[in-house]
Design a protein around this ligand. Structure first.
Ligand code: AHR
Length: 509
């Protein structure tokens, strides 16, 4: 039996929990939009054609912000195709995913969906085939109140109020040779700076995200960020990071340590951004928008045959997740929370059907994939400030990352309510880990709820017929005695333990 420990202190805060850490992503890709969020013929469709079953699951997931409309799709997208009378909208080829885009859903429809789902929109601009003028035009359509060409066009299309979008991504993965309109770091950095400057002339306080590398494995990783930021440092607020993880060749131990890679990724981008800031003698700090992250069995996609016909809403990268994937997703959220001082937004990619926590059948059922659960619990339970914890843990050897701690953890503390939540993973495939948490600096606490996700079979999945095969199980082992929390984490598991002030016993005479 291995054991691990940590100590919590309310003064050791990293930063407040950013609600934007719990972002998601809706791309016009595969079945994310069509038969995902939107399916007018579905039995649960509302008056706008949105699936109410998916809306309910989105709310339950606890999503705060949704990046839209792509992804690779956005780099060839003409936003004007998606406005005005639906019957007059053109059908276009989508070069990114080799599909047909009917444009039935455009920004006005998506904004209606976002209001129903109670999420903020993070809008991605096309800087692949387009530039400064089109960015200004779509910004005017989205955010200008009234009295100008595009603002009046929006109003005549039924959206009287501006959509009020605060966050704009300046393109998508422009370092990737697969990207329509791919650019060198210098070409992109100049364009990003010019677009940002123009947008700020219209609305100075927008939050603008420059494209970082599409993965830390890109040959230009680091150099790309440095060049782009040298050219656009004072114009942007954040730089993006994208990372996808998968189990390679049955190496579960390395896969379970994916968060080690995410930690390193974030630390590398922060170091690069800060070194540019130092060279520029700037006091400004560039944050990270980790606006694509997830488990994605990318190697299966790379080895699979690509669609050759042009079709609408054909299934693309519909990964079916297992319990180990859920543990990794829970751990990646721990990593993102741990970096809350610099990672100010993050989007799990994507929301529905396409590498997603929510799956649907066209015309049929919707269900929660395994990875739904750690996201929903972390979004619900992470409150207040993120606490710095320094776990003492045994280590294990991994092929990809060397020696890695068996236990990883983070905690949040809400100074208002006195509530504390501990999020932890046991990456050990061979046995449980006994966790001891010293709480003496937090007053008298009791366990209010404790959940674990993982369970007996790391390869168990949820399906439409068996949607609850993997779900959060109550964690009976979590108890507080005096000022110490103890819990036993099963092998390959993630857990969330919420504590609150222990109510003093009622005095009776
Ligand atoms: O999320 C799927 C794809 O992954 C996105 O379109 C792209 O930005 C990334 O490479």
């Amino acid at each position: 039996m291995s054991s691990a420990s940590l100590r919590l202190h309310p003064d050791f805060t990293i930063a407040p929990v950013n609600r934007r850490t719990f972002g998601s992503f809706v791309e016009h890709m595969g079945r994310c939009v069509y038969t995902g969020i939107y399916e007018p013929d579905h039995p649960t469709a509302d008056a706008d054609g949105f699936r109410e079953d998916v809306l309910a699951l989105t709310r339950e997931l606890g999503v705060s912000v949704v990046r839209y409309p792509g992804g690779n799709f956005v780099s060839g997208y003409r936003w004007e195709d998606g406005i005005g009378p639906v019957t007059q909208r053109p059908v276009r080829r989508d070069l990114a995913w080799h599909g047909l885009e009917t444009n039935e859903v455009g920004i006005d429809e998506f904004a209606r969906w976002a209001a129903k789902a109670d999420v903020e929109i993070m809008y991605a601009l096309n800087l692949g085939t387009r530039g400064v003028q089109e960015a200004l035009d779509v910004h005017e359509y989205l955010n200008h109140p009234e009295g100008t060409h595009f603002a009046e066009l929006r109003r005549s299309n039924g959206a009287k109020e501006p959509h009020g979008i605060r966050m704009f991504c300046l393109g998508n993965e422009m370092d990737g040779p697969w990207q329509t309109g791919h650019k060198t770091a210098h070409e992109y950095g100049r364009l990003a700076a010019e677009v940002a400057r123009a947008l700020r002339s219209a609305e100075p306080d927008l939050e603008l995200v420059a494209c970082g590398s599409s993965s830390s494995a890109m040959p230009t990783f680091g150099a790309w960020e440095a060049t782009v930021l040298e050219l656009a440092y004072e114009q942007v607020d954040a730089i993006s990071a994208h990372a996808y993880y998968e189990e390679h060749d049955g190496d579960l131990g390395s896969f379970l340590a994916s968060a080690v890679d995410m930690d390193h990724f974030v630390d590398s981008v922060v170091a690069t951004a800060d070194s540019v800031g130092a060279r520029l003698k700037s006091r400004k700090r560039i944050n990270i928008s980790f606006d694509e992250w997830n488990v994605w069995y990318l190697s299966r996609f790379e080895n699979a045959e690509r669609p050759t016909d042009w079709a609408v809403a054909q299934p693309v990268i519909e990964d079916h997740y297992n319990a180990a994937d859920a543990v990794v997703v829970g751990n990646l959220l721990i990593s993102l929370l741990r970096h809350s001082d610099r990672v100010t937004a993050a989007c799990q990619a994507q929301l529905v059907n396409v590498i997603a926590p929510i799956m649907t059948e066209p015309g049929g059922r919707a269900w929660r994939q395994t990875i739904f659960h750690p996201f929903a619990l972390t979004s619900r339970l992470a409150r207040g400030n993120v606490l710095r914890v320094e776990p003492q843990s045994p280590t294990y050897d991994t092929q990809r990352f060397g020696d890695v701690p068996v236990l990883d953890a983070v905690a949040t503390h809400d100074p208002q309510s006195g509530g504390v939540t501990v999020f932890a993973v046991n990456r050990d495939v061979t046995g449980p880990v006994d966790l001891t948490v010293a709480l003496s600096d937090l007053g008298s606490l009791a366990v209010l709820e404790a959940w674990t996700v993982g369970g007996d079979d790391p390869y168990a999945r949820n399906t439409a017929d068996d949607p609850d095969r993997v779900r959060p199980e109550a964690m009976g082992s979590a108890t507080v005695a005096g000022d110490t929390l103890t819990a036993s984490l099963p092998p390959v598991s993630w857990c969330a333990i919420r504590l609150g002030p222990a109510t003093p016993p009622t005095q009776t005479r």
